[in-house]
Design a protein around this ligand. Sequence first.
Ligand code: 5GP
Length: 302
Amino acid sequence: MAEKRAVPDVDRVAAARRAVERRRARAALKRDLTTRVAAPQTVLAKAVADPESVAGSFRVTDFLMALPAIGVGKKDRILEELHISPVKRLGGLGIRQREALTAWLDERFPPHSPRAGRSRLLVLAGPTAVGKGTVAAHIREAHPEIHLSVSATTRAPRPGEVDGVHYYFVDDAEFDRLIADGELLEYAVVHNKSRYGTPRAPIDAALEAGKTVLLEIDLQGARQVRAAEPSATLIFLLPPSWDELVHRLVGRGTENEEERARRLRTAKVELAAQSEFDYLIVNEDVSSAAREVVELSEATAR
Ligand code: 5GP
């Protein structure tokens, strides 16, 4: 008879550490679902592709509860309707259960698809700290063929910012005049502080000359552009994960604790608006995100 062997301490410590890491990874994935950084269908696809992955080890109960607007009662009803036991893990679902869950998700969270007939007027928006400005700056350097709109703002220039290149720095009276004379395509108060707006004339001229135009603006502005120019191509920049967004906001160190908390609350609201956009691009690294924007611009130029 085989002798029962004691598990060596080192193995036990390593196993405990792995378990903690997996729990942490599952909690991070839950945050991604709750904040809509990750689409539920993508998480389910990952679980199916690799049942041993973090997504695969996610209990279907926790998965459903992480989705927007699903509480305990609703979760129980859904599981019953889909004939899925609450103890099941995403990676362990049978084919029928998987299909039923996918159909339910597609109905509730329709997969993303761009509207038809997009124009060369591109709008890049996304939550605070996702890196829109950096992606736009990269495009300005590497792709002079794309006309990057220069906004007017009432905020003071930061060191290194050049009037007419990064922004047109104007005072309140001049901003009022721009609005009154209808010179702005859109404008908004951003972060409860300064006003920002997109001058209309340079955009019209660039489009007229056959160029692609890129606007890097906030969500309120993106909505106004869509209302004014329904054919505009709206691009939403996503962070690779919610934790990474928090990390980027903290890392740049330009806001105090209270301001950071406020911006993260705003970011959640902004992330919830992603379905209004034509394309989603994940800002994993700046140059690939910029390349994807440029590729989109080439696709719409045809
Ligand atoms: P910052 O002050 O850091 O340069 O920009 C702050 C925010 O203002 C960014 O989220 C940027 O997208 C937004 N922003 C810049 N220009 C415009 C604009 O013309 N219109 C709107 N609505 N937002 C803008």
